[in-house]
Ligand binder design. Structure first.
Ligand code: HAM
Length: 429
């Protein structure tokens, strides 16, 4: 029979690698807490319309990358429904914001999430069909200052702090403003007109984008198209005064906080909901998929999915890519940090139950303990313990009767007799 494997573009994460994932997630939670963010968990699947209305029909994500299915009705009272595995989490957060009327509190909502997302992309290094994001959103009614450029700067400063605390160096913050919805519409027209004479000389994708979604032309990576793209009008030339002022305030605050950035007028992002500030943090160590994270403002998103006016800004970090970056820039974790404090070796099957009790007591005092099996001979117990533990604790009939255990330390080679009552303290030393 053919063996079953994880589906293409998905993968298993195993120890010890998962230790690194946990460490990153724990650091992110700590940093988010310091900036007063709370956690939100939304479902991994949603009504398909949520994504087509927010991310946008014409985007790659919605037009070709979503896992969508018709969910059959289970009862007469149910209707079949088109459902989709979430390709990103901003739409779900804004849906929850609307559904739970979070805007009515009048407070700015600062929410973060950690979870899997799904896109049917061509798998390659740093690009998977199930991947993980750590993201955060700041959203609220205009009366809660949700439009303030200060939040844009604060979110970017928080990201710089998080990457620093994770030990990631060498990142670049690419920054742009795509303007208000009106600025964007104006730029779309300008760009569409400018593309008419040049599009026939461009790649097939750009020829299509020139008609359906001209902004996407700026994302094109085909080398031959680059000189043409450089001659196209820039979005900064289409920004209204308000958008220009907002963006100037963001960069001024970043300058004050000492967060370095690189202005990139071609950064328009692959999702349609963005307005004004957009950004990506890239890292050279990642190769072709060099975006470590992306985000921006989405002042009209809530209204686009039927909610009240609720400007917002947020980001999502590609956790898989964060792990890759740490693995390539930092030395591999030492096996020593994964060693257990003690390996308990019962010297016969009749001592297994006593060994279980001993292990329980040591674990309850906070020690990391591995339990051997009494059918192992002493030699095999030592071999196994030497690979995974700092010390071995021998539990034979004599030890059980006398309450004095024999402990061997592998690094020093010394063997010590330790009374059971003192064992936990001894192993902690
Ligand atoms: P995004 O740029 O589509 O934005 O994704 C954010 C990050 O997720 C990317 O920079 C990348 O690191 C990671 N990522 C995306 N696709 C894959 C993949 N197939 N495999 C591995 N990693 C991937 C968003 O998702 C927006 N929701 C971000 C946001 C939040 N904007 C405002 N708030």
């Amino acid at each position: 029979m053919a063996t079953l494997k994880a589906v293409r573009g998905t993968r298993d994460l195993l120890p010890p690698e998962t230790e690194l994932w946990n460490r990153i997630e724990a650091t992110a939670r700590q940093v988010f807490a310091r900036y007063n963010f709370g956690e939100i968990r939304t479902p991994v699947f949603e009504d398909t319309a949520l994504f087509s209305r927010s991310v946008g029909e014409e985007t790659d994500i919605v037009s070709k990358e979503m896992y969508t299915w018709e969910d059959r009705a289970r009862a007469q009272s149910e209707k079949p429904q088109s459902l989709t595995l979430r390709p990103e989490n901003t739409a779900g957060v804004v849906r929850a914001y609307i559904e739970h009327k979070l805007g009515e509190t009048g407070q700015l909502q600062k929410l973060y999430y950690i979870g899997p997302q799904f896109r049917r992309e061509r798998p390659q290094k740093g690009r998977y069909r199930q991947f993980w994001q750590i993201g955060a959103e700041v959203i609220g009614p205009p009366s809660s200052s949700s439009e303030s450029s200060l939040h844009d700067a604060e979110v970017l400063e928080m990201l710089a702090t998080l990457l620093d605390e994770l030990g990631i160096t060498g990142w670049t913050l690419e920054l742009n403003s795509v303007g208000s919805a009106a600025d964007r519409a104006r730029y779309n027209d300008v760009l569409r007109a400018a593309l008419v004479p040049v599009a026939p000389k461009m790649c097939a994708d750009c020829q299509r984008r020139a008609v359906t979604n001209p902004l996407r032309v700026l994302d094109c990576k085909v080398p031959e198209d680059q000189p043409i793209i450089e001659t196209l009008p820039k979005i900064s030339e289409s920004l209204g005064q308000e958008s220009k002022d907002h963006f100037a305030a963001v960069t001024a605050a970043l300058d004050a906080a000492g967060v370095p950035y690189h202005l990139n007028h071609r950064l328009v992002r692959g999702l349609d909901y963005y307005t004004r500030t957009t950004f990506e943090f890239t890292h050279g160590g990642l190769g072709a998929q060099n975006a470590l994270l992306g985000g921006g403002r989405y002042d009209g998103l809530s209204e686009a999915i039927g909610g009240p006016k609720a400007p917002g800004i947020g980001f999502a970090i590609g956790l898989d890519r964060l792990v890759l970056t740490l693995q390539t820039t930092k030395p591999v974790q030492k096996a020593a940090s994964l060693q257990v404090d003690a390996y308990i070796a019962p010297l016969g099957e009749n001592l297994n139950a006593a060994a279980l009790v001993l292990a329980r007591d040591l674990r309850r005092s906070g020690l990391r303990v591995e339990l051997g099996d009494g059918t192992f001979r002493l030699k095999k117990s030592f071999e196994t313990a030497d690979k995974i533990a700092r010390r071995i604790v021998i539990l034979g009939e004599d030890e059980l009767r006398s309450g004095i255990l024999t402990v061997k330390d592998f690094a020093s080679g010394t063997q010590t007799k330790v009374p059971r009552a003192e064992l936990a303290r001894f192993l902690q030393s």
